[in-house]
Each structure stands twice: as C-alpha cells, then as structure tokens.
Design a protein around this ligand. Structure first.
Ligand SMILES: NC(=O)c1ccc[n+]([C@@H]2O[C@H](COP(=O)([O-])OP(=O)(O)OC[C@H]3O[C@@H](n4cnc5c(N)ncnc54)[C@H](O)[C@@H]3O)[C@@H](O)[C@H]2O)c1
Length: 315
C-alpha cells in the first residue's frame, strides 16, 4: 500500500484516479478548493479518504497536504483555454503558483518519491504537424497553454536543483464519467453528449472539421498509475497521453447520433480565440516508457459515458 496525494482530486480526472487507487487498496488524500471540482464527485468514497478542502496557491496548505506522502498526482488547475483568455491572472495563479508551491512542499517534506502531473497538448498550439511528438518545439497559443508549459519547465528545474522526480503527462482530450457538462469549463464530449441526450443540438465553434484526439478516462487513470511505477530515466520526461487517433467534431456528433439513435443536426458559430485546429498524439513514447496502451476505444468510451449519464439520472 502506498500513500497518494491527488491535487484537484474532486475534479473529473482526479476523482476517477482516486476511485481506482482505493479499489487497489492504497491510501488516498485529496486536496481541492472545489472551484471547478465538486464534492459530489468524491461523495461515494469520502469516508475512505483524507479530504483537505484548501487552496494549493497557499504554501502552508500545500505543505500540510504533502506531509507523509509517497506519490503525488497533481491535477489541480483552472483547466480552461476560454477562461484563461478572460482572466489570465486567475489561471496563472491556479496553475503556475500552485505548482511551484506543491513542488517546494514536496521537497521540504522529504517523503515524496515521485510526482506525476497533468499537463496539456495545448502546448503544441497550431503547428500543423501530425501526430504530435514530444520533441516538437512548443507553440502555446493561449495563457492556459503557457501556464501548463510552465509546469513542465518547473519539473525540469526542480529535478536539476533538488532531485525531485516529476513526470509530465500531456493529456489530449480526456472524456468520461464525472466530467461536469454544465460547467463553463467543460470538455466538448460532456457538453455534446449531455445536450444530445436531451434531444438538443450542440454548438460547434468553427466548421466542425477541427479534429481532436479523444481519450477515455480509464486509459488516463492507467497512465497515471504506470507513471508512478515506471523506472526513472534520469530526466523529467514529458509524455503524450491520448488515444493515438483523431476525430473531427462533425464525426463526433455522427457517432453520438448513432449511439443515441437520433438524427440531431449541430449549430455552427465562429471559431473561438485560442482554440487549436487539429490535434493527434503520437503515443509511442508512452508505450515505450510506461507500457501504456489505450485499452478502451473512443466508441466504447462514448457508450460507457452515455450509460453512466442514464444510470445516474443526469439526462
Ligand atoms: N480534461 C482534459 O481533457 C484535460 C486535458 C489536458 C490537461 N488536463 C489537465 O488535467 C487536470 C485535471 O483536469 P480536469 O478535466 O479533471 O478538470 P477539473 O476542473 O474537473 O479538475 C481540476 C480540479 O482542480 C481543483 N482546483 C483548481 N484550482 C485549485 C487550487 N488552486 N487548489 C486546489 N484545487 C484546485 C478544482 O476544484 C477541480 O476539482 C488539469 O490540470 C488540467 O489542466 C485536462
């Protein structure tokens, strides 16, 4: 049994990781300020975890949360390109300041073996080269992308200076249960599927030919667990985590229509500032270093998600 701290553990990805870790018999502590996350996400296992409701941008809170931990899965962030365009200061505080506090606290507490942190494919920006490989020069387009990239540079600096092991997982578009469809910050799949389940048309920003590499949450949870256990290569690796395939937004609506047995036509609006046009991960590094393979396909994931919405009366 290991002791894990999950920052942002009341959010979509963090709460799914917590659930898996508990099933595998580990001890779990969550630090979350419930800004975009919800207590609802951890309610089912709240008695089995140590929950700290606090803000990672406060060093003393970070220090308290890291005390005695073996591994940290760092997911706390205001995860929105759109919000970062409206309020770059808030997003910088929640991502950059919080990350530095966490890393410093982990060094100071002395027990942490490794941090695995969630970073983003937004680092690749609009570079037309596909698939995205980790050695491509970063081209962040939004304040959010810059902040997530800063996490990667801090990882490198903290290993060079303090020997802190940090692996950065560059997520592509993660989807699955517990992703909040009602929030301003939500991912496209949760918004589209919850609307279409109600018979409503989703809105596509742009012509619908933008493509994304969608990856089901269970695959991302696998990647986090593997990243804690894999041998340390001697540097702060950055590793793509996606499905390794891309799908346009028009195709996504088509598949959802098939699963739901509907014939809903999407609405179209002009593209949003900061959004990237195409995205697809090369996942060969994840496969080589972590033994990662996306075992759930997008189509299987979408079916599980729709079933989850229905079982939880969220339609
Ligand atoms: N969902 C995706 O497709 C995706 C893609 C790329 C990267 N990521 C990254 O993965 C991580 C998790 O994303 P998610 O989709 O689960 O989002 P989420 O909003 O559901 O989870 C983020 C959590 O962090 C918490 N939080 C925010 N600021 C905090 C702070 N200062 N102190 C403590 N807690 C704080 C929020 O309350 C929330 O519970 C983020 O770092 C995000 O940037 C997600």
């Amino acid at each position: 049994m290991n002791k894990y701290l999950i920052t942002g553990g009341a959010g979509f990805i963090g709460s799914n990781i917590a659930e898996r870790l508990l099933k595998e018999g580990h001890s779990v502590r969550i630090l979350d300020n419930l800004s975009t996350g919800r207590f609802e996400n951890i309610k089912g296992f709240a008695e089995d975890i140590d929950f700290i409701c606090g803000d990672l941008s406060d060093y003393s809170t970070a220090r308290k949360a890291t005390e005695g931990m073996d591994y940290i899965l760092h997911h706390a962030a205001l995860p929105s390109v759109e919000l970062s365009v409206k309020d770059p200061c808030a997003v910088n505080e929640s991502i950059v300041n919080s990350t530095v506090n966490l890393f410093k606290a982990a060094v100071d507490c002395g027990s942490v073996k490794r941090i695995v942190q969630a970073v983003s494919a937004a680092a690749y920006g609009n570079d037309p080269t596909l698939p995205k490989t980790e050695d491509m020069p970063p081209k962040p387009e939004s304040p959010y992308a810059v902040a997530k990239l800063a996490q990667e540079y801090y990882a490198r600096a903290f290993y060079n200076v303090y020997g802190l092991q940090v692996l950065s997982l560059r997520y592509f578009n993660v989807f699955g249960p517990k992703q909040d469809p009602s929030s301003f910050y939500s991912g496209v799949i949760s918004i589209f599927s919850s609307l279409m389940l109600k018979g409503k048309s989703p809105v596509i920003f742009g012509d619908g030919l933008s493509s994304r590499d969608f990856v089901y949450i269970d695959n991302v949870v696998d990647a986090n667990l593997k990243a804690c256990a894999c041998p340390w290569t001697g540097s702060s690796e950055i590793i793509n985590i996606g499905g390794g395939q891309s799908m346009t937004l028009n195709e996504l609506v088509e598949i959802l229509n098939k699963i739901l047995g509907t014939d809903i036509v999407p609405g179209y609006k002009p593209p949003r500032a900061g959004d990237v046009k195409h995205s697809m991960a090369d996942i060969s590094k994840a496969s080589a270093l972590l033994g990662y393979e996306p075992r759930i396909t997008v189509s299987e994931g979408l079916q599980s998600l729709i079933a989850w919405y229905r079982n939880n009366d969220l339609v």
